[in-house]
Design a protein around this ligand. Structure first.
Ligand SMILES: Nc1ncnc2c1ncn2[C@@H]1O[C@H](COP(=O)(O)OP(=O)(O)OP(=O)(O)O)[C@@H](O)[C@H]1O
Ligand SMILES: [Mg+2]
Length: 302
C-alpha cells in the first residue's frame, strides 16, 4: 500500500508541472528577522537548485540592499501596483544563480493610502503577479513584508499560498500573533484567498546560553506544534554583518553557524513545499476511463 502511494507520488511529480508557490514572510512586529530570513532562505533555496524570486514589498528596501542591489528610481513595483506597466519588467538579476529580485524603494510607502481608495485594493499584488506565475520562470516567490498588517501585507497574503512567520526568541514573541492568525483566517473565510495556509514558524536569534530563549521556543512549540521548523536560527554577528556587504550568509561566511542554519531551514521549507495533498496525487494518477472501442465506421477509411 505504502509502496503504491510512493509510486503514485513519483508519477505525479514526473507528469504534473508544479506551479510557482508564493510565500509571504511576515510578522507585524519589527526587527524579528523577516528580511534576514527572506534573503538567506531565498539564497539557500536557489543554491539547492530552485528558481527563486525575492519580491521586496517593504518600503525600507532592506532585502534589496541586503542583496547588494543599488536602488534605481522607478525600479520598484510601485507604478505597476498603480496600474502602469508589468511586473516582469521590474525583475532584476542578482550576483547569484537562480536568484532574482523585484526591488523596493521608499515610494512604496505611499501605496497604503493610494491603494486604500481604489477598487480591488486587496488583490493588486495578486493581479500583477499573474504574468510572473504564467511565465513559469520561478519555482518560488518569497515576499518580504513590511512590519505591519497594512494594505501591502494584506496584498501579499491575498497573493500567497503560504505565510512564513519569523518569531524572535524573546519574551514578547507571541504578542500580536493572534491578530495575524485572525487576519489570515478572515482572508481565508471571506474568499479573498481560500488557499492561504501557515507554511511555518521559524524561531530567530536563538541564544542557547539563555533560559529565556529555550522557554520561548517551548512555549511557541506548545502553541504551534509541528508548524514550528526544527532548526532554530542562532543569534549570530555574522548574520547581522552580511547585509552590509550585500551578501547572503552562505556567500559571506559559508562555514558559519548562521549559514548552516539557513541551509537546513531551506531543506525543511523545500520539503514542506514539495508535499502534495494525497487527493491531488490520486486525481492526477488515476487511470483514465477506458475509451469506448472504436468501430470501423467511426474510424473512417484508412
Ligand atoms: N539571527 C540573527 N542574529 C543576529 N542578528 C540578527 C539575526 N537576524 C536578524 N538580525 C539583525 O536584527 C535586525 C533586524 O533583522 P531584520 O531586518 O531581518 O528584521 P525584520 O523583521 O525584517 O525588520 P523590519 O520589521 O524592520 O522589516 C537587523 O539588524 C539584522 O541584521
Ligand atoms: Mg524587514
Amino acid at each position: 500500500m505504502k509502496r503504491c502511494s510512493i509510486a503514485r507520488r513519483a508519477i505525479f511529480h514526473y507528469t504534473c508541472p508544479v506551479p510557482t508557490k508564493v510565500i509571504a514572510v511576515a510578522n507585524q512586529k519589527g526587527g524579528v528577522g523577516k528580511t534576514t530570513t527572506a534573503i538567506n532562505l531565498a539564497a539557500c533555496l536557489a543554491a539547492l537548485g530552485r528558481r527563486v524570486l525575492l519580491f521586496d514589498l517593504d518600503p525600507q528596501a532592506n532585502a534589496t540592499s541586503g542583496l547588494g542591489l543599488e536602488k534605481i528610481e522607478g525600479g520598484s513595483a510601485y507604478r505597476v501596483l498603480l496600474g502602469e506597466g508589468g511586473l516582469l519588467d521590474k525583475i532584476r538579476n542578482t550576483a547569484y544563480d537562480r536568484l532574482e529580485v523585484i526591488p523596493s524603494e521608499v515610494d512604496l510607502c505611499g501605496l497604503d493610502i493610494e491603494l486604500a481608495r481604489s477598487d480591488n485594493h486587496l488583490q493588486r499584488v495578486t493581479g500583477v503577479l499573474q504574468p510572473v506565475l504564467d511565465s513559469q520562470r520561478f519555482d518560488l516567490i518569497l515576499v518580504d513584508c513590511p512590519p505591519s498588517l497594512g494594505i501591502l501585507t494584506l496584498n501579499a497574503f491575498a497573493a500567497s499560498d503560504g505565510v512564513l512567520v519569523p518569531l524572535q526568541c524573546e519574551y514578547y514573541a507571541l504578542e500580536g500573533i493572534s491578530m495575524l492568525n485572525r487576519i489570515m483566517g478572515q482572508l481565508h473565510d471571506t474568499g479573498v484567498n481560500p488557499n492561504l495556509e501557515l507554511l511555518g514558524v521559524v524561531m530567530t536569534m536563538f541564544d542557547g546560553r539563555t533560559k529565556l530563549s529555550q522557554q520561548v521556543v517551548s512555549e511557541v512549540r506548545e502553541h504551534f506544534g509541528d508548524k514550528v521548523f526544527d532548526i532554530l536560527i542562532p543569534r549570530s554577528t555574522r548574520l547581522a554583518e552580511a547585509p552590509s556587504f550585500g551578501k547572503p550568509i552562505i556567500y559571506y561566511d559559508k562555514y558559519s553557524a548562521g549559514a548552516a542554519a539557513y541551509e537546513l531551514l531551506a531543506q525543511e521549507v523545500a520539503a514542506r513545499l514539495d508535499r502534495v495533498p494525497e487527493a491531488a496525487v490520486q486525481a492526477a494518477t488515476q487511470s483514465p476511463e477506458p475509451a469506448p472501442a472504436q468501430t470501423v465506421s467511426q474510424a473512417g477509411p484508412t
